[in-house]
Design a protein around this ligand. Structure first.
Ligand code: MGD
Ligand code: MGD
Ligand code: MO
Length: 757
């Protein structure tokens, strides 16, 4: 959370919320948004669509745009929505529109879009799950409980500081990641929490390919493992516990089901392969003696197993989540203060915190009249294979035939994998509509581009159910050109579709903010707490919200009374083996945690792992043109980290531009040579705006460093069908050719109306 003001020279200055112990440097990106040439000033329409009408085409991303007035574009778009609805029903429209948008709760883009499509069009084809965590979100309800309740408001940093002896941090808990949370962060507490725990004696063990995944303050021991191998290490640890008799049989009996299935698998009784420390060592490269020692250490004192979200954003991503839970259960620690299992701790600033004790209202979305949906990351599959069947979480579903996609508050050319395939898939649409503050690659691939405001240009409320501060996000500057709030844009469309009152309920922005605030205020009143009126809250700039007790939530309750406080799983217990999942019959997700060797892994032609993780210098692709993001680039390109041995083998020196490639695509990046990254692994974060050398290329070549030209577009498994963007295999070579210019942050060609083609 931040404060901002405009100085006498008209420049916006932002500063962190007073009292934040470790403010995020990402704030430095925000002032760059004011007046930046990447902003979209006026509605723009792809010339081919404006002149030739809707229909599948390979011109998206290649045609120039014409600028049009708001009234004429809203008239045309309302007509197109009506055409698609009348011809195909609302199931002809995709409104899944994944994306983070901005922190405010009222102008939350997806909520606005869903509300509009539900109230004015009758619904839309939606999506389930997130790119962040679909694999975990799908498996956890079968084996422990819904991912939110079991990992938020259960284990806290306070408990770790007081109780935890060992933290086994699979994938680490990088400070860059807890810089953010949807809804805003009032105080960044993670660094100090780790420092305090380490001072008291907590031993942090970082498992993963990158040293910087824990801060120096955690004073961690770094166990280097290759991507995709954590499940093998967990199984090796479990095997050691079993053969040493260190597993907590009483806990497994009383609180779990299915342990015997896993034990047979560990001991090789089911298939002849013994998953002992030697076996795990062969896969992970961690010496067997160290695995044994780590298992013994974990079995003494309070141990917390954390699994970063990254591990499950990968092929077979369900497995490390399930195996991590099994490890914590075998240690008998689930539900103890500062012990057990926490998915996502450190991945984002929601975890490790206490829950707020009053309701925080989202914008009501209305009722969706369409039942069809897709797992969120299957968007390109859906467009390329309408009518075909696919598996998801025990169901056999069919891809709907979508004609119009409406995207706001998200950037598929940032978040989706295999961008060459995504571009082909979007070519199948009749119409692609996007609201965007800036000319992202997604906007450039759209037919209708409507300029949207961003946070600093409108009033909103910032809040989450895991932060004790609700903040009044005051408008600080005027929007560029003719940009409008999404709410205003949808109001104009809803009126044209005869549903204005249904969409707005007669409220303007201010009335909506007051309306949403009222529920929180009522909660405060019920608890006899200071409950400022909306106007008082707005003038004060924030209101403090009460927190729930640090009581371990649902997992501690279950531990205290497993018969009356059953877990929301089929058996009411922790499912180390799951009948339900076994009965689905998925070869890539059997009825117990299992290790599968990744199939998208290094080979002779592409000998390096690519870790495509979250960027340290921005939120996803947002404000990639901002000062902090831009300052970190090398030769104007995103930075790839490479180990000195791998760099030397390729004649690459620090600061040089390199080309990363595989069969799906290629990109340029600036090399940073460092032993912070494991040998055999290169790391290129997401978020550099896709900038193809030639947008018509079948195999895209991004000159700016977007790793999603390289990643593979397949689901984690038939269970979750989650995003697998975190890992792929690549080759890296020095780029000795002339450096192509980076034009990612330049607007596309705007052509005169009725002019040349
Ligand atoms: N290879 C690989 N790919 C990944 C990941 C990975 O680990 N590796 N991680 C995945 C994860 S976890 C995520 S969450 C996704 C993130 O993917 P996204 O959430 O799609 O990424 P953002 O850059 O946050 O996109 C938000 C877009 O909304 C726009 N926007 C902001 N505010 C507003 C608004 O008020 N109105 C409108 N109309 N637009 C607005 C921004 O300008 C921006 O373009 O990426 C995923 N992709
Ligand atoms: N600064 C910043 N913070 C963010 C975001 C952002 O865009 N910018 N995005 C937010 C969002 S939406 C999300 S979902 C979270 C995501 O949180 P995560 O998914 O946890 O974040 P990542 O940075 O993608 O990955 C964390 C680390 O996991 C390690 N890793 C990757 N693969 C493996 C593996 O197979 N095994 C092991 N042991 N380690 C591995 C990598 O070294 C990586 O640095 O981050 C949030 N925080
Ligand atoms: Mo995410």
């Amino acid at each position: 959370m931040f404060r901002g003001e405009v100085d006498e020279g008209g420049a916006l200055r932002v500063r962190p919320r007073p009292g934040d112990p470790d403010p995020s440097p990402l704030l430095d990106n925000i002032p760059s948004a004011v007046g930046h040439r990447a902003r979209i000033p006026r509605p723009a329409v792809r010339r081919g669509w404006w002149e030739g009408g809707p229909g599948p085409t390979d011109r998206r991303g290649r045609d120039g745009f014409v600028e049009v007035g708001w009234d004429e574009v809203l008239d045309r778009l309302a007509g197109e929505l009506r055409r698609v609805r009348d011809a195909h029903g609302p199931r002809g429209i995709y409104g899944g529109s994944y994306g983070w948008a901005s922190a405010g709760r009222f102008h939350h883009a997806q909520s606005q879009l869903h509300r509009f499509l539900n109230t004015a069009v009758g619904g839309y084809v939606g999506s389930v799950g997130t790119y962040s965590g679909a694999a975990a979100e799908t498996i956890l309800p079968h084996v422990l409980g819904p991912s939110g309740p079991v990992s938020k408001g259960t284990v806290t940093w306070e408990q770790i500081g007081a109780h935890t002896d060992t933290v086994l941090a699979f994938g680490g808990m990088a400070i860059k990641n807890s810089a953010v949370a949807a809804g805003g962060v009032s105080a960044h507490i993670e660094r100090a929490a780790m420092a305090a725990a380490a001072r008291r004696g907590t031993r942090f063990v970082l498992v993963g390919p990158l040293r910087t995944d824990l801060p120096p303050e955690a004073d961690a021991r770094w166990l280097v493992v290759p991507p995709g191998s954590d499940t093998a290490l967990m199984l090796g640890l479990l095997h050691t516990l079993v053969v040493d008799g260190l597993h907590d049989v009483a806990f497994l009996d009383r609180y779990c089901v299915g342990w015997e299935v896993l034990e047979e698998y560990l001991l090789g009784k089911s298939d002849g392969t013994v998953r002992d420390a030697e076996w795990a060592s062969g896969i992970t490269g961690v010496p067997a003696g160290e695995i044994v020692e780590l298992a013994r250490r974990a079995a003494t004192g309070r141990t917390l197993v954390t699994v970063a979200q990254s591990l499950q954003r990968a092929e077979f991503g369900e497995q490390p989540v399930w195996a991590g839970l099994a490890l914590a259960a075998a240690l008998g620690q689930v539900g103890l203060p500062g012990g057990g299992f926490c998915y996502g701790l450190g991945s984002i600033a929601y975890y490790g915190r206490r829950k707020v004790a009053v309701p925080v209202s989202p914008l009501p979305q209305g009722r969706n009249g369409v039942r069809e949906y897709i797992p969120v990351a299957r968007i390109a599959d859906m467009l390329l294979h309408p009518g075909e069947e696919f598996d998801h979480d025990g169901r056999r579903l069919r891809y709907p035939h979508v004609r119009l996609a409406y995207w706001i508050g998200g950037n598929p050319f940032h978040h989706h994998q295999d961008l060459g395939r995504l571009r082909r898939a979007l070519g199948r649409l009749d119409t692609f509509v996007v609201h965007e503050p800036a000319w992202t690659a997604t906007a450039r691939h759209a037919d209708v581009v409507l300029p949207a405001t961003m946070t600093i240009e409108r009033d909103d409320i910032g809040a989450t159910s895991l932060d004790p501060v609700m903040s009044a996000m005051h408008r600080l500057v005027d929007p560029p050109g003719e940009a409008r709030d999404d709410f205003t844009i949808f109001t104009g469309l809803a009126e044209r579709l005869g549903a204005g009152p249904e969409f707005t309920e007669g409220r303007d922005v201010r009335a909506w903010l007051a309306h949403l605030y009222e529920r929180t205020r009522a909660g405060l009143l019920r608890q006899d707490l200071p409950a400022p009126t909306f106007d008082e809250f707005w003038a004060a700039g924030e209101v403090e919200l009460p927190l729930r007790a640090d009581d371990g939530g649902l997992l501690a309750e279950f531990r205290a009374d497993p018969d009356r406080k059953r877990l929301p799983t089929p058996s009411g217990r922790i499912e180390i083996g799951s009948r339900t999942i076994a009965d689905f019959g998925y070869p890539d997700c059997p009825g117990h945690p299992a290790y599968f060797a990744p199939t998208d892994a290094p080979d002779g032609r592409h000998p390096l792992w690519l870790v495509a993780n979250q960027p340290a210098t921005r939120l996803h692709s947002q404000l990639d043109y901002g000062a902090h993001s831009a300052a970190a680039k090398v030769a104007g390109r995103e930075v790839v980290r490479i180990h000195p041995v791998d760099a030397a083998a390729r004649g690459v020196v620090d600061g040089q531009v390199v080309r990363l490639f595989n069969d799906r695509g290629a990109c340029l990046a600036g090399a940073r040579v460092t032993d912070d990254v494991a040998p055999g692994v290169v790391q290129l974060p997401t978020g550099a705006w896709f900038d193809p050398a030639d947008p018509a290329d079948e195999v895209p070549f991004c000159v700016h460093g977007n790793p999603n030209v390289l990643t593979r577009d397949v689901g984690s498994s038939a269970l979750a069908q989650g995003c697998t963007g975190q890992h792929t295999a690549v080759q890296v070579q020095r780029w000795d050719g002339p450096l192509p210019p980076v034009r990612a942050h330049e607007p596309p060609p705007i052509e005169p109306r009725g002019g040349r083609r």
